[in-house]
Design a protein around this ligand. Structure first.
Ligand SMILES: Cc1cc2nc3c(=O)[nH]c(=O)nc-3n(C[C@H](O)[C@H](O)[C@H](O)COP(=O)(O)OP(=O)(O)OC[C@H]3O[C@@H](n4cnc5c(N)ncnc54)[C@H](O)[C@@H]3O)c2cc1C
Length: 364
């Protein structure tokens, strides 16, 4: 007897959300998953691919994020399978205002409130906990290679309208004239691209631009965040491979695609004030550190557009016609609009997307 054929699922987007969702569905079994994306993790960094620019740290407050933390905590364990993508680290957060208790991160390992004498720069409260940071380029390529090893496929393409995929399948973007196998479902993980993708054109999507500086400072092994009174966000996020991301900014509706020099200087000076240890000990032994001492450590300046969405991220199913004039409908699962939390939402939202997919396919 012939084996039942696998359902063909097309995932649009190869950022952290698309890769994780595609992997989750492929590993479930019974599906042939094909990703279509115009930018892949191994490409040069681009303003149209936010995942390249993330810190990234996991600060799980909601249920979706807590599921991600559980997965990443296991992956980051010694012999956890992906230990080399993560750094387990102590994270300290400082706030200019007193915080409500219990703190939303009170469930994190080794959580504690800071004593007054541990506060810095006139802050009013602080906490400390253990979490993971992600080595972004390494982790994205890990996801991609695990997806391919599980039998998933990738097609490079820039989709103008959902109907191109419902009718032509994924391989029409690889030059195959008749699309081949029927597409059973589509998962939309295009981040900020959801604002422009025909058939979706979600005007609730908007950018929150984040600028950062990447340093080489392997002596930094714990992270810090300071939430300023004026809404400024200063962070130092060490990665396992010895680089450190410092930032940042949260510029709503700012589409500017290149780092601004004056902002980079401001980031260096705020980060130094919060974490003088960024400057090598040998210099600090002789004199007070300055911003100029950080300049030789700079690898690159960058910025990304966080795909924010009014009302929060979108996780739901819509039904689209399969072809012009045909009655058959194809379920389209939306998983986009994760703003500043696409990494921490990745595994939890992939689980929900898989559940939505299976429920929708059961109705076809
Ligand atoms: C400075 C900064 C720091 C951050 N720090 C953190 C952090 O510490 N923790 C955290 O969780 N998050 C962080 N984020 C947020 C995180 O980076 C984003 O939430 C996440 O990258 C969004 O991923 P995504 O897969 O939805 O979108 P993207 O990474 O933008 O991927 C979108 C994909 O869709 C493809 N695409 C789009 N349109 C089309 C189309 N029409 N046809 C074909 N392909 C298309 C693109 O090519 C790409 O492959 C940070 C972001 C910034 C900028």
């Amino acid at each position: 007897m012939a084996a039942p054929s696998k359902k063909q699922i097309v995932v649009l987007g190869a950022g952290v959300v698309g890769l994780t969702t595609a992997l989750k569905i492929q590993e479930q079994g019974g599906y042939q998953v094909i990703i279509i994306a115009d930018i892949l993790p191994s490409d040069p960094k681009s303003i149209r691919y936010c995942s390249h620019w993330a810190g990234a740290i996991i600060r799980p407050e909601g249920e979706v994020d807590k599921e991600t933390f559980k997965v990443m905590w296991e992956m980051s364990a010694p012999e956890g399978g992906a230990e080399g993508c993560f750094l387990r680290e102590r994270q300290t957060e400082y706030y200019c205002d007193k915080q409500d208790e219990p703190h939303p991160l009170a469930h994190m390992p080794d959580f504690r409130y800071l004593n007054d004498d541990e506060l810095i720069l006139g802050t009013a409260a602080g906490v400390e906990y253990t979490t993971v940071t992600i080595d972004i380029p390494i982790y994205l390529n890990y996801l991609l290679s695990r997806f391919l090893a599980q039998g998933g496929s990738i097609v490079r393409g820039s989709v103008q309208h959902i109907s191109q995929v419902t009718e032509g399948g994924a391989y029409v973007f690889a030059g195959v004239k008749s699309g081949g196998a029927t597409v059973d479902a589509i998962i939309v993980c295009v981040g900020i691209g959801a604002r422009f993708l025909g058939g979706v054109e979600d005007k609730d999507i908007y950018p929150v631009r984040g600028q950062s500086v990447l340093l080489r400072a392997p002596w930094i092994r714990s992270g810090r965040v300071l939430l300023g009174k004026d809404g400024t966000l200063t962070y130092v996020i060490p990665r396992r491979s010895g680089t450190v991301i410092i930032g940042g900014t949260k510029d709503v509706d700012d589409w500017y695609p290149a780092p601004r020099p004056e902002t980079a200087h401001d980031i260096l000076s705020r980060s130094l004030a919060m974490c003088p240890e960024l400057v090598p000990q040998s210099i600090r032994d002789q004199r007070a550190p300055t911003v100029e001492d950080l300049v030789p450590l700079v690898i690159e300046e960058g910025c990304g557009l966080r795909p924010a969405r009014k009302g929060g991220f979108r996780l739901e199913v819509e039904w689209y016609p399969s072809e012009h004039g045909q009655a058959r409908k194809v379920p389209v699962v939306h998983n986009y609009g994760h703003g500043g939390g696409g990494f921490e939402g990745s595994w939890g939202s992939a689980s929900v997307a898989l559940q939505l997919l299976e429920k929708a396919l059961a109705q076809t």
